[in-house]
Design a protein around this ligand. Sequence first.
Ligand SMILES: [Zn+2]
Length: 532
Amino acid sequence: MAGTDLLPPLGDLRILSATMSDDVVVVSAATTSQDAACPVCRFRSQSVHSRYARTIADLPWQGRRVRIRLLVRRFRCSNVDCPRKVFCERLADAAQPHARTTCRLTDAHTAVGTALGGEAGSRLCQRLAAPTSPDTLLRRIKSLPRPSHPSPRVLGVDDFAFRRRHTYGTVLIDLERRCVVDLLPDRETNTLVRWLEQRPGVEIVSRDRASAYSQAVTAAVPSATQVADRFHLLVNLREAMERAFQRGAGVVRAVLDDRKPTPDATTPAVVLPFKPCHGTSRIERQSRFDRVRSLYREGRSLRSIAREFRLHYRTVERYVRTDALPTWGAGMRRGSRLDRHAEFLRERLQRDGPTSAQLHRELASRGCRCGASFLRQYVRRLRCELELPPRRPSRPMSAVPVSRPSARQLAIAVLRDPATRNQKEAEHVKRLAAAESPLGAAIALAESFAAMLRQRRGDGLEDWLQRAERCNCLQPFAAGIRRDLDAVRAGLSLPWSNGPVEGSVNRLKLIKRSGYGRMGFDLLRARVLNAS
Ligand SMILES: [Zn+2]
């Protein structure tokens, strides 16, 4: 193999020397062609004006950087009419004029930059013996031409967060080719309208339930079939069921704990599933809960109640919607490595009630290494179990073993395919569905909607809606569907959905996060479009 085969195609080339040190290979070469073409008039000239040296970086060899020192010539243009008097000879397709890297190294840098971004890409290039700066990588990505996608026939529209709850953008997906077609800097109707108007040929649009997108499609392509995305339908239904379970918390607790449900939902009997040692805090919370609800009934606003009680707005909202003090989220009791010392701890607690710090020291002398706060929690639970008074009665309870699913877990279990529910989920759903409360009816309706969605039976939607509109828990969800009826029916009948392109959306999120929140929209768009 001749030495020039390892070099980029620089035209006629003579290697003058090659030296290699630990980390760099320097190749000196000179061009040997008889003449060169003027870049302006294309006349060929043989009249050499002068020579100069040019250094170009190339792809690494065996882990070493490569520098090509080229002796390049300037020529006089022999065309008297040409405005250019002197020109430099060009290096075929190997390197752009004035470039300090060969085209193939530039391509490699661009590929690394597109995959990793500036800083991480620069670090990798350094390791690969092709060093470059983060700024150069970003410049390379931004200068990439936009990939030209044909106008999609089936378009998926979804939003993504630049900053969750603050700023959002829109991702547009070709559902037939399964690739990202474009990103928009916001999720406004007008932006999407402008984009759609520039790309005729869209026939089907799968979108979420936000009205901005539906308005845009109606305005720009009124003939297109709109499809409500199935994933978003399920999310909406799950949220509706979650609210239903939160509102019926008393019933859920009674059914799952196998007690008789409270006869009158507005005045629930205060059932304290906790040991007396935690009673103080439980009673305080119960009284606060009652006061919040009575103030709300008197017509006070949620926000002013939240301010008065120094509670989060959402907490007040939940208190008002629920008929019993929520106790979920108390955490589940799992095996602990302190269980081995439980006997010793019980005996010590009953004898003279030492502080947790004392116990921590004593355990250390027995060879048990555990965190102080971890031990404190464990001791608190033991005290509760032994019915000892807490050392600080006002501390909130935290470690009472309660293994009841959350409202969200229940809602997810209801929407899951019955064949894939685990034993516990199946048991919970079965018992709650059989309960004599509006929850039972809501669960049956939610299950039948999920089945309709899985089996693409959009023709049953009208019948389902009529039943759901009579159910208190699902009435708002049904009203939402009624407003968007055609798109939902299409979603339940057609095969199109944004689901299969979640991978593309995940890649978008990955790329976005790799910029640590500092990536501008243009750079994000260039990276996403060239990565797919
Ligand atoms: Zn010329």
